[in-house]
Design a protein around this ligand. Structure first.
Ligand code: BGC
Length: 751
C-alpha cells in the first residue's frame, strides 16, 4: 500500500464513522459527475485552436467596478471576445459580471464562459473575524459559517471562485499574512482548511450559493525568512511534508477545486516553477484533479528570482512544472505558440491544463447558466449574516489574562469609560475586508453603549494608533478617573497586517503602551481589549493591566461581539492558535519545536537560552482563559500498547478525557491532546497537537471527550524526496490539558 493511500485511509478513520461514510459516498458521486464533466471538456478541447487553449489558461484583472470601460478593461473585453481569456479576477456585481460574461458567451467563437475569481477571505459584504481569529475559536464550524455566508453573498454578485482558504502554516508573527491563516500548527490549520473548503463549496458547485475554493499558497509561503513577505524559504523534505503540506492535503481531500502557487522559493525553486511540489506531490501523489492557478504575476516573477531567463522561459517553466492558469502576467498566452512549435512545452500538458480549467467551468454549471440572476443579488450585509459574524467574533476571542476577575463587567455599575485609538474606530474589519469595507464596522463604543443599559458611558481617544503624540492621554485618564471601570481598546490598524505588511517590531504601535500605563496609574479597575492581526509582544505593559482580551480584527459586528464578551453575554472560550512571544528577538518561537542537545537548564550556562529573556513565550499556543474554571482530568487509554502493523491497518488508540466545569458559570473549554514521540529516526517536536475539542459545559457539569489516535497521528514524513510516511516503534507520550504546556501525561508503546 502506498504512503498516500495509508494517509488517506487513516485520515478517514480519524474523521469518525459517519463523516467518513458521507465523504466516501460524496466521493463516488463526485467521481461519476467528474467523468461527465471530463467528457464534455474533452469534446470541447477537440474543437479548440491553440490560441483558444492558451486563452483558457489566462486570467486578467478587472480594474474598474463600474462596468465595461477603457484601459485594462478594454483589453479584458477584447480577449473575452476573441476567446483568448479564461478567467477574470477582481470583478463583482451581478450586472457587471453578466455584462462581461455576455461578451465571452455570446461574442466569442466557442462561447466558453469566463470564471470570475475574487479574494473573499473572511467575508464579502459581511466581514467575519480574520482567519487567524477564526482559528482561535478552535471550532472549525466558525470557519464554515464564514464560508457559507461568503459563498452566498459572493455568488449572488457573480463571483464563482474565491481565493481562499489561505492555509499557510507560519511561525512568523512579523509576517503580516499570518492574519490570513490558522497560525503555527499544521493539525489545527488542516482541520480549518478542510472544513472551510467544504463550507465554500458545499456538495454542488453549480448551486447559487456556492463558490469554488482555492487552497493557497502552495507551498511553505509562511516560512519567509525574517518574516518579510515574499522572502526565501529553504526547507527540508520532512519539514515540508510534516509542517507545511498537511493543510493542503486536507483541503485536497475535502475536494478543493483549485490550488494557488506561492510567490516564494522552496529550497531554491520558485513555487511557480516547482515540479516537485506542483506535479509530483499535488497532482501525482495526491491525485489532485482540479487546476493550479499562479499567484498575481508570480509566473513572470520567476525572472526576478533568477530562475527564468525571460517571459518565454517563465511560461515554459510554469506550465511544465504544473501551473495551469496564469494570473495577470501573460507569458504563456504571449509565448505558448512559439514554445509549442519549438517543442519546449508538451501539447498533452497544454491540453491537460485546459481540460482542468474547463472541467471546473462545467462543475460550476457555467455552460448551462453563465449569468447570475440580477434580481437575486445580495446588496449588503443582511441581519442573519451579521448575527453569524457577531457570534463568530465572540467565539474567536481569547481571554489572555483576568486578574481579580475584572471581567466580565458586572452590572450594575454607574459608569464606564471606553478609551483608546480603537475605542470608537470602525477599523475592525481586518486585512481582506474587500467590498465589505464600505459598510463601517460597529465600534466598541457603539457596542458598549448598546449593552450598558443605564450606565454612563464616557469616551476619549487618548492617542492615535500610530505616532508619538501623547497629549490626549490626560483626557482619557480623566474619563477613567470619573468612571467605575475602563475599557482600553488598543491595537493595530487593519493595514498593519496582510500582504506585504511585515513589521520588525511587533509591539503596540506608537504611544499606545503609554496610554495603558497612564490608565493603570489611576488605580481603578480596567481591561485592555486588543484588536490586531498578528500576535503582539505585550510584555512591556502586561503587568500593568489586570485583564487583557484578545479580540483580533473581529469583523463588521466587532464592537457588538466585543461587548458580548466584556459584559459576559458570551463567556470567552478561544485559545491562541499561535504563540505570543515576549519579544521579536525570540522569533521564531513556537510550541512544536524540537529539542536541542542542550535544552534549557537554569543550572547550565551552556544550555539553549537567551541572556536577556526568559525561555518560552509570553503566552503559549493553546492558552486562553474563561470566566469560569475547568479541570481537565487524567486521560484513560483504550490500550497502552499497539503494534505498528495494526496502526498501518487502520487500528486506533482511544483516549478518553474527563473535563469538568469547576466554576459557577456556564462556559467553554478546549480539551487539547498532544503527542511526543520520544526517540525517532528524525527528531520529533517536543509536542504536536493531534486532537482538540471545544465543549460547552454548564456550571458544575462534567463530560468526557474522546479521541481516536490513528497511524497518521503517530507517524511522520521522512526526508525521502519521493515521500515516505513512517510509524516507528517506541514510546510516545500523550499530554492532555487546556494549552500546550503542562497537562496530564500518559504513555503509549508502539511495538
Ligand atoms: C495574493 C493572493 C491573492 C491574489 C489575488 C496576490 O497578491 O498573494 O493571495 O489571492 O493576489 O488578489
Amino acid at each position: 500500500m502506498g504512503k498516500a493511500e495509508l494517509t488517506r485511509r487513516t485520515m478517514l478513520a480519524g474523521m469518525g464513522g459517519s463523516v467518513a461514510a458521507t465523504f466516501a459516498a460524496t466521493g463516488i458521486a463526485a467521481a461519476a459527475e467528474d467523468s461527465v464533466h471530463d467528457s464534455r471538456a474533452q469534446d470541447l478541447l477537440r474543437r479548440m485552436t491553440t490560441e483558444e487553449k492558451l486563452g483558457q489558461l489566462q486570467q486578467l484583472t478587472w480594474n474598474g467596478d463600474t462596468g465595461p470601460g477603457g484601459g485594462q478593461n478594454a483589453e479584458v473585453e477584447r480577449r473575452a471576445r476573441d476567446g483568448r481569456l479564461g478567467s477574470v479576477l477582481n470583478i463583482y456585481g451581478a450586472a457587471n459580471t453578466n455584462a462581461l460574461q455576455r461578451i465571452a458567451v455570446e461574442e466569442s467563437r466557442l462561447g466558453i464562459p469566463l470564471i470570475f475569481g475574487f479574494d473573499i477571505i473572511h467575508g464579502f459584504w459581511t466581514t467575519f473575524p480574520i482567519p487567524l481569529a477564526q482559528a482561535a475559536s478552535f471550532d472549525p464550524a466558525v470557519a464554515v459559517s464564514d464560508a457559507a455566508v461568503s459563498a452566498k453573498e459572493g455568488r449572488s454578485n457573480g463571483v464563482h471562485w474565491t481565493f481562499a482558504p489561505m492555509m499557510d502554516v507560519t511561525r512568523e508573527p512579523r509576517w503580516g499574512r499570518i492574519a490570513e491563516g490558522s497560525g503555527e500548527d499544521p493539525y489545527l490549520a488542516a482541520r480549518f482548511a478542510a472544513e472551510k473548503t467544504r463550507g465554500y463549496q458545499g456538495s454542488d458547485l453549480a448551486a447559487a450559493d456556492r463558490v469554488a475554493a482555492c487552497a493557497k499558497h502552495f507551498v511553505a509561503y509562511g516560512g519567509a525568512e525574517g518574516g518579510r513577505d515574499y522572502n526565501t524559504v529553504d526547507v527540508s523534505e520532512s519539514r515540508l511534508r510534516n509542517l507545511y503540506l498537511p493543510p493542503f492535503q486536507a483541503a485536497v481531500a475535502a475536494g478543493a477545486a483549485t490550488v494557488m502557487a506561492s510567490f516564494n522559493t522552496v529550497s531554491g525553486v520558485p513555487g511557480h516553477g516547482n515540479a516537485h511540489t506542483l506535479t509530483e506531490i499535488l497532482k501525482r501523489q495526491w491525485r489532485f484533479g482540479g487546476f493550479v492557478v499562479g499567484d498575481y504575476t508570480g509566473v513572470r516573477e520567476m525572472i526576478k528570482h533568477g530562475f527564468a531567463e525571460d517571459d518565454a522561459d517563465a511560461a515554459r517553466l510554469a506550465l511544465n512544472a504544473g501551473v495551469d492558469m496564469e494570473m495577470v502576467s501573460t507569458t504563456l498566452s504571449d509565448h505558448g505558440r512559439e514554445l509549442l512549435a519549438a517543442g519546449r512545452i508538451n501539447p498533452r500538458r497544454l491540453d491537460d491544463a485546459v481540460a482542468r480549467v474547463l472541467r471546473l467551468k462545467f462543475r460550476l454549471g457555467l455552460f448551462d447558466r453563465p449569468y447570475v440572476d440580477e434580481k437575486a443579488e445580495i446588496p449588503g450585509p443582511a441581519d442573519p449574516a451579521r448575527a453569524a459574524s457577531r457570534a463568530a467574533g465572540a467565539r474567536s476571542m481569547v481571554l489572555l489574562k483576568n486578574d481579580r476577575a475584572v471581567l466580565p463587567l458586572r452590572r450594575p455599575f454607574g459608569s464606564i469609560a471606553v478609551v483608546g485609538p480603537f475605542a470608537d474606530s470602525p477599523d475592525l474589519h481586518g486585512t481582506w475586508a474587500g467590498p465589505g469595507k464600505k459598510f463601517p464596522a460597529v465600534t466598541v463604543l457603539q457596542g458598549v453603549r448598546a449593552a450598558a443599559g443605564q450606565a454612563v458611558v464616557r469616551h476619549a481617544r487618548g492617542v492615535d494608533p500610530e505616532g508619538k503624540d501623547g497629549s490626549g492621554i490626560g483626557e482619557a485618564v480623566a474619563a477613567a478617573r470619573a468612571s467605575d471601570v475602563t475599557v482600553v481598546v488598543v491595537g493595530e490598524p487593519s493595514n498593519f497586517s496582510g500582504e506585504a505588511k511585515s513589521r520588525s517590531d511587533i509591539g503596540l504601535p506608537g504611544v499606545q503602551p503609554e496610554l495603558i500605563r497612564a490608565i493603570a496609574r489611576t488605580g481603578k479597575p480596567f481591561a485592555v481589549v486588543l484588536v490586531n492581526g498578528r500576535p503582539l509582544s505585550i510584555g512591556g505593559w502586561l503587568d500593568a493591566a489586570p485583564a487583557v482580551l484578545e479580540a483580533w480584527h473581529p469583523g463588521i459586528e466587532g464592537g457588538n461581539a466585543i461587548a458580548d464578551v466584556l459584559f459576559g453575554a458570551v463567556n470567552p472560550g478561544g485559545k491562541l492558535p499561535v504563540s505570543f512571544p515576549r519579544a521579536a528577538g525570540q522569533l521564531p518561537i513556537h510550541y512544536n519545536h524540537e529539542n536541542t542537545g542542550r535544552p534549557y537548564d537554569p543550572n547550565d550556562p551552556y544550555s539553549s537560552y537567551y541572556l536577556d529573556l526568559p525561555n518560552g513565550p509570553q503566552f503559549p499556543f493553546g492558552h486562553g482563559l474563561s470566566y469560569t474554571t475547568f479541570d481537565v482530568g487524567a486521560p484513560a487509554l483504550g490500550r497502552d500498547r499497539v503494534s505498528v502493523r495494526e496502526l498501518r491497518g487502520g487500528g486506533t488508540v482511544e483516549v478518553r478525557v474527563p473535563v469538568t466545569n469547576t466554576g459557577d458559570r456556564d462556559g467553554d473549554e478546549v480539551v487539547q491532546l498532544y503527542l511526543h514521540d520520544r526517540v525517532a529516526s528524525i527528531v520529533q517536536p517536543v509536542r504536536k497537537l493531534r486532537g482538540f475539542q471545544r465543549v460547552t459545559l454548564r456550571a458544575g457539569e462534567r463530560a468526557e471527550v474522546r479521541f481516536a489516535l490513528t497511524g497518521e497521528d503517530f507517524g511522520f514524513w521522512t526526508n525521502r524526496p519521493e515521500g515516505e510516511f513512517v510509524i516507528e516503534p517506541g514510546a510516545v507520550d500523550l499530554y492532555v490539558g487546556n494549552n500546550s504546556e503542562g497537562g496530564h501525561k500518559v504513555t503509549v508503546t508502539l511495538t
